[in-house]
Design a protein around this ligand. Structure first.
Ligand code: ATP
Ligand code: MG
Length: 501
């Protein structure tokens, strides 16, 4: 009879069904990649695993059971079983071991025993049923209650010719294909909820990828994307060779503001992003671009506009969220762990030119594009900053944002008059964004300025612009809501705040 010391603890993984049905050669390649990614994931968390590929499962030893959650975030893993393996020769041995392992777990709970023979285990017919009956009866004596339809604890016994693996309640993995088996792509990432979820959906299908951010708003926006990528990296990028390219698109924003009517800004901006992304993608060996667009989510994502945006793009553009509802995207963001980071990143609205065109007439766009200096694009892509994966999550050193209001700063409220009248920081000067863009240069330079807007991006952008002109300027991080919360926290109350300063 085996003693507990004959039992070997291990984490035993089942691999996506999609992988197992591939040809032998492809399966070998996919498994090799998967083993590499598993090792990378575990080492990233400080473990030194031993990984043994058994074709129908992958066994990992030398790591504690607490490492299991790490493995549930490796693409291609169907389920993670915190298991014990044992050599066996009789039914009695299996029953006794099952009792030892699971008596505590089934006590006062509904359970089912689920034996499964793997390969040709050489046992007579009826062996599984016998095992289930006998082990089940013993576990009932230990205080469990049999429920085959809806058990709280499913006790699994996988029986092979010479060994058996026992485990309860496997943890689900993401499934999909091992990261890196389907080539590379370039994801356009903006820091919002959508683009990182889009990236995740394609990572799930085996693509490795780089990311590109078209920087419209300066360090604040780069930090925002960094926070999101930091989360993605912490949970999901094991085995990836991802990089982030940051292309300074502020000169393009200026071109558009100067030369094109506001209703075209959004669609043209997206089209110029595609124009810039494509050569970058080729340079990085990517075979596709990925975006977080969803049909009809915003007016720049009508069918006509989606078409117009990529009218001059030759490379395949993958839009994995095209059929997702916004709430589904948010749920997915929560599940993959990027929700909080994205929630902190507001939309940049310095290119909020009123209602965007929704027909996106390609001819109009071609003509308007003709009036822009497109040679800028090549230069800006050429000068892109490269951030390696090891640097993901780093906050920009020259971020202009503050989370408090230092003594003596002049607070400038960039919102419209009405919003300012509803609530503002005591003494804040109201100067709406458009006017501020035009007149900020005339402000006295001997003061320190703290700008605040709806979400904190316009203010960051303007603070930076002012700095380049020699001002000492900052932005309040997160915008007016955060400022209100801060006011409550430090005891600046409505009474002192409401009389206009
Ligand atoms: P997200 O939640 O990803 O910010 P969104 O719903 O706000 O997306 P848009 O701002 O219209 O939608 O952008 C659509 C897609 O275009 C994004 O999902 C992203 O892939 C890409 N994109 C938008 N802005 C940028 C940017 N500044 N840099 C890189 N890609 C961008
Ligand atoms: Mg966006």
């Amino acid at each position: 009879m085996p003693t507990r010391s004959d039992l070997k603890p291990l984490l035993s993984l089942s691999v996506s069904g999609e992988v197992s049905t591939k040809s032998a050669q492809t399966r070998r390649r996919f498994h090799r990649q998967l083993r590499g990614n598993l090792g990378a994931a575990l080492r990233q968390h400080g473990y030194e695993p031993r990984i043994v590929d058994r074709r129908d499962r992958i066994d990992i030893t030398e790591v504690p059971a607490e490492a299991a959650p790490v493995l549930t975030r490796v693409f291609g893993v169907q389920a993670v079983r915190v298991a014990h393996s044992m050599g066996w020769s009789s039914l009695d041995e299996l029953v006794e071991t099952g009792v030892k392992l699971f008596a505590g777990e089934v006590e006062s709970r509904r359970f089912a025993v689920r034996p499964r023979r793997v390969g040709n285990s050489g046992q007579p017919r009826g062996f599984n049923t016998d095992l289930a009956r006998r082990l089940g009866a013993r576990l009932v004596e230990c205080g469990g209650q049999v429920d085959l339809d809806d058990p709280e604890v499913a006790v699994h016994v996988e029986i092979r010719r010479h060994d058996a693996v026992l485990f309860a309640n496997p943890l689900p993995g993401p499934g999909g294909l091992p990261l890196g088996t389907e080539g590379r792509a370039l994801t356009l990432i903006s820091g919002g909820f959508d683009s990182v979820v889009a990236a995740w959906q394609m990572l799930l299908r085996g693509l490795d990828m780089d990311f590109v951010l078209f920087d419209l708003a300066g360090p604040e926006q780069v930090s925002g994307v960094q926070r999101v990528l930091g989360e993605l990296d912490r949970h999901w990028l094991a085995g990836s060779r991802a990089r982030l390219f940051v292309v300074d698109f502020r000169p393009i924003v200026a071109e558009l503001r100067n030369k094109v009517g506001g209703q075209y800004w959004q669609v043209l901006l997206k089209r110029l992003m595609m124009r810039a992304a494509e050569p970058l993608a080729r340079r990085t060996g990517a075979g596709a671009l990925i975006t977080g667009e969803a049909l009809g989510q915003v007016s720049s994502q009508t069918l006509a506009n989606l078409g117009a945006i990529t009218a001059h793009t030759d490379m395949p553009v993958l839009r994995p969220l095209v059929g997702f509802n916004k709430n589904e995207i948010m749920d997915r963001a929560r599940a993959i762990g990027t929700f909080e980071a994205s929630a902190g990143n507001a939309e940049f609205c310095a290119l909020d030119g009123g209602r965007p065109v929704t027909s996106g007439r390609a001819r109009d766009l071609d003509r308007l594009e003709g009036s822009l200096d497109l040679t800028l694009l090549d230069r800006l892509v050429e000068e892109a900053r490269v951030i390696e994966r090891s640097e993901f999550g780093r906050i920009e050193p020259d971020e202009v944002s503050l989370e408090r209001v230092p003594e003596g700063m002049a607070v400038i409220d960039l919102r419209e008059e009405q919003a300012h009248a509803d609530w503002h920081w005591p003494g804040a000067i109201q100067l709406d964004f458009d006017r501020a863009c035009r007149f900020a240069g005339a402000l006295p330079k001997d003061r320190d300025y703290l700008l605040v807007c709806e979400f904190g991006l316009k203010s960051a952008w303007l603070a930076e612009t002012m700095r380049r002109e020699g001002f000492r300027a900052w932005s309040f991080r997160g915008g007016i809501r955060r400022l209100e919360a801060h006011a409550r926290a430090v005891g600046v109350d409505e009474a002192s705040a409401s009389p206009a300063a």
